[in-house]
Design a protein around this ligand. Structure first.
Ligand SMILES: [Cu+2]
Length: 137
């Protein structure tokens, strides 16, 4: 049984590797329009991801993103800088849901990012805390 502890370490490393690979996975949501004409999507943020990280919405239909972050010390925000397409916000994420409202006005694909960074370390965006919002016809 002298190899058993190495085996445990090996399995732990393997599952850690698999979990990290999963973080880079695309999690796509196509918003549906509710009866009141609003497209609603819930987004969870954490270290270092958005879930979903690919959101498809219809152009010229109001959107409400209900966002919150997972528990933990790390601060996160959710940022879009697309004033020409009707989407410009920079909201701090908390553990309580907040609602971000906008109406996309231009078809295209746009980045959604967390702009937080701890000291001189890599930004959350560079660690994978980013997503895409696609606006379709
Ligand atoms: Cu972040």
């Amino acid at each position: 049984m002298k190899y058993s502890k190495y085996l445990v370490v090996f399995i732990a490393l393997l599952s850690f590797g698999l979990a990290s690979a999963e973080e880079g996975e695309e999690k796509r949501v196509v918003a549906t329009v509710d009866a009141d004409g609003v497209q609603r999507v819930e987004v969870l943020g954490g270290s270092y991801f958005f879930d979903p990280n690919y959101i498809v919405v219809k152009v010229n239909v109001p959107v409400e993103l209900a966002v919150k972050k997972e528990a933990g010390m790390a601060p996160h925000n959710i940022v879009m800088k697309e004033p020409d397409a009707g989407m410009e916000f920079d909201e701090t994420m908390g553990t309580k849901l907040i609602i971000i409202k906008f109406t996309p006005t231009k078809i295209g694909t746009y980045p959604v990012t967390c702009e937080k960074r701890f000291l001189f370390f890599k930004s959350h965006k560079d660690r994978g805390m980013k997503g895409v919002l696609e606006v379709v016809e």
